[in-house]
Design a protein around this ligand. Sequence first.
Ligand SMILES: Nc1ncnc2c1ncn2[C@@H]1O[C@H](COP(=O)(O)OP(=O)(O)OP(=O)(O)O)[C@@H](O)[C@H]1O
Ligand SMILES: [Mg+2]
Length: 347
Amino acid sequence: MKFTAKKFSPNALIDQLLGFNDVSVLIIGDIVLDEYYIGDAQRISPEAPVPVVLVKDEKALIGGAGNVARNIQSLGGKPCLIGAYGDGHNSKKLQQAILSAGLHTRLLTLPGRPATTKSRILARGQQILRIDHEDIAPLNVTETDALLGYIEEYWPHQSVVIISDYNKGVINKRLMDGIFHLKQYYKNHVRILVDPKPENLCLYPKADLITPNTKETGEGAALPIRNKEELIRAGLFLRKKTHCQSLLTTLGAEGMALFQSKNKIIHIPTLAKQVYDVTGAGDTVIGTIGLALAAGIPLLESCILANYAAGIVVGKSGSATITQHELIKALQTYREPELENWSGCSS
Ligand SMILES: Nc1ncnc2c1ncn2[C@@H]1O[C@H](COP(=O)(O)OP(=O)(O)OP(=O)(O)O)[C@@H](O)[C@H]1O
Ligand SMILES: [Mg+2]
């Protein structure tokens, strides 16, 4: 069934987008170093049957929850990033990447661990290998309480808090219990959005929004998703199981589906014109929604805006971001997405 977003008007949204400046959003989560080695592969190694990549360029960016913060900053908002990273291998490089990003951060260093790093080797635009460094043991009680102290300091000034869970040790039960306690203490006016990992779904009961992708929705619900009907069944089940207000399943090339109630499951098709690299599109989605909600835009319209934003970042390489100007241009040039209410489609 076709569905119209009553409050969706590209022109009104452009005005509201300009209001993103100085809107603050708190992001809490795992801090990752995203490294890229970019070069040419013209010969096979004499040592083993693998290509030799001659590196021509290198990039090191703050990723994980840091990429959500970078997306919000690029859209004109004021992110504040709280998280933790290991002070061992690659920590200097990560600190440099944090400095270059110019983000406002309160980060804890964890002794004796490597900085979580994803190193990608690219040749002729293709990723040929990824090397990871990590120690994903959960933070201990002292470390968790130190983070809660930072969070409490910033909490009273926020209307939206994003939890970016990469399951690299930062998000644990004690931290989430502390966060939900703060929400209660400050009379619930802060909305909590979570980009979840299926194994941690029991940690965020009563979140205002969770944003799993299709695979995570299926795993979280322990149900297969092979078609639209199965997606609807899994999404409704997961929304009930997690007690979240709303659930947004990001569907890759199929866009996204917003589950607000049994009778309101809104599908938003993608507007992407060209797809180059989908890495980090989920960070763009939750970052854009968080900023839009904090700027006073209703949830469905915020998701539509995030769908425009994700449609642009997938056309860029690596964990990319989108500027406010690019998003305004997309609203002016792309057609409006044709929304559908899928609530009548479940069996
Ligand atoms: N192949 C694609 N074609 C068009 N749009 C896409 C494609 N992949 C992703 N998108 C856009 O990006 C959004 C998020 O993508 P996706 O569902 O892949 O999230 P994700 O798996 O959490 O991503 P990641 O974890 O890599 O950040 C989608 O809702 C859609 O708007
Ligand atoms: Mg994701």
